[in-house]
Design a protein around this ligand. Structure first.
Ligand code: APR
Ligand code: ZN
Length: 376
């Protein structure tokens, strides 16, 4: 058995920013108190990984094992861990849920602060790392580090799921899908009969479309400059499409307000561009429209609009991880998938081994993938 021992395994290590990942043998230490060591089965590749690897994150630390959209099986647990045992099927969580902090006790937010400081420093809650490679300490990423065959996470940063769920699919319930889906259901609170619009038809946007449909929206517009996304988006619930490139010379918000006789009940920005954030707000209906920001803009960027937009009854909101309380809600989302209430398989356009992980980044940059899943 590997319990209590250092495990040697393969991982994709980011030695420095702007360089491809390199496949290395790393050492993964046993879990300390209140930690869980997981044998990962699969991981998605998300924009936040690319953002950090691209050196855009001023706080990005290297060398690091990236990845935060994974699923796997518990290998062993540290002292004091009561909720997990070897063999449990789990999803690591980049937003924990400790159930005791001020944020966890407030039903208005999901932003548990328990691991915030150490997670931002790329270490476990005790201030140290469980990864080494070639004699060097390797940083953790977003409390997950799923680009490795084994990882160690805090016991508040993982949740147990139904063993019937295929891990190579439900790994996507670790980030992109809940983010968009929850933005519609939790943050916006879309109602039956609503008219909605979603900017950006990547994984996050398609999940927002799916959330709008689940809430009973009457019409769901997809807004994207890449029309090759439109066909797939129909499967998720899009009823209408607008390509801003077909309306150059006119602000897209003017086009959309006209097209809908006044604007949308709910809009969602799933790109991370401050200009489309403004367009999404200003496409909302006067008096009641709500716009939700989901996309992550580059650091230092600022949003703007005329304050009269808000004075006249529009609401601007934002959300992380779709507002879901991670430990409690992720297993429920897995059930929704098993009960065919929520799509997951349809998001996966490519699968590959860890040795091909750099191709997954290329596909994402070229806009050719919705999600690539790495199978270990
Ligand atoms: N107007 C309309 N659509 C655009 C524009 C624009 N100016 N710029 C990009 N798009 C479209 C792209 O064509 C693409 O289909 O937005 C979509 C973005 O999809 P992905 O790149 O696949 O991104 P996704 O994984 O869905 O993440 C979206 O959420 O989590 C954050 O950091 C992530 O900010 C990113 C966002
Ligand atoms: Zn908490």
């Amino acid at each position: 058995s590997t319990v209590g021992k250092v495990i040697k395994c393969r991982a994709a290590v980011a030695w420095e920013a702007k360089k491809p990942l390199s496949i290395e043998e790393i050492e993964v230490d046993p879990p300390k108190a209140h930690e869980v060591r997981i044998k990962l089965t699969a991981t998605g590749v998300c924009h936040t990984d690319a953002y950090t690897l691209g050196g855009f994150d001023a706080e990005g630390l290297f060398p690091v094992v990236l990845g935060h959209e994974g699923a796997g099986i518990v290998e062993s647990v540290g002292e004091g861990v009561t909720d997990f045992k070897a063999g449990d099927h789990v999803i690591p969580l980049y937003i924990p849920q400790c159930k005791t902090c001020e944020y966890c006790l407030n039903k208005k937010t999901n932003l548990c602060q328990r691991t915030r400081v150490t997670q931002g420093k790329g270490v476990m809650p005790d201030g140290t790392s469980r990864f080494t490679c070639k004699g060097k300490q390797i940083y953790h990423f977003m409390g997950c580090s799923t680009f490795s065959e084994y990882t160690v996470v805090a016991d508040v940063s993982v949740t147990k799921i139904d063993e019937k769920a295929p891990l190579e699919k439900v790994c996507l319930i670790g980030c992109g899908i809940p983010t968009g889906y929850g933005a519609a259901l939790n943050t916006a609170g879309v109602e039956e009969g609503s008219i909605c619009a979603v900017w950006g038809l990547g994984a996050v946007g398609l999940a927002a479309v799916m959330g709008c449909r689940a809430a009973g929206a009457k019409k769901i517009y997809g807004v994207d400059i890449n029309p090759s996304k439109f066909d797939l988006a129909k499967q998720f619930g899009c009823t209408d499409f607008v390509n801003p490139k077909d309306h150059e010379g006119r602000p897209i918000q003017d086009v959309l307000v006209e097209l809908t006789n006044g604007g949308f009940d709910y809009t969602f920005e799933c790109i991370g561009n401050v200009h489309t954030m403004r367009a999404a707000l200003e496409s909302c209906h006067k008096g009641w429209g709500t716009s939700v920001i989901i996309g992550v803009a580059a650091s230092g960027q600022e949003i703007s609009t005329r304050p009269f937009q808000l004075v006249t009854g529009r609401t601007w909101k934002g959300t992380a991880f779709g507002g879901w309380k991670s430990v409690d809600d992720v297993p429920k989302l897995v059930q929704d998938y098993l009960n065919k209430k929520m799509l997951v398989d349809e998001f996966i356009t490519h699968t590959m081994g860890i040795d091909k992980i750099n191709e997954a980044f290329d596909l994402m940059h070229e806009g050719k993938s919705i999600r690539s899943v790495i199978n270990y």
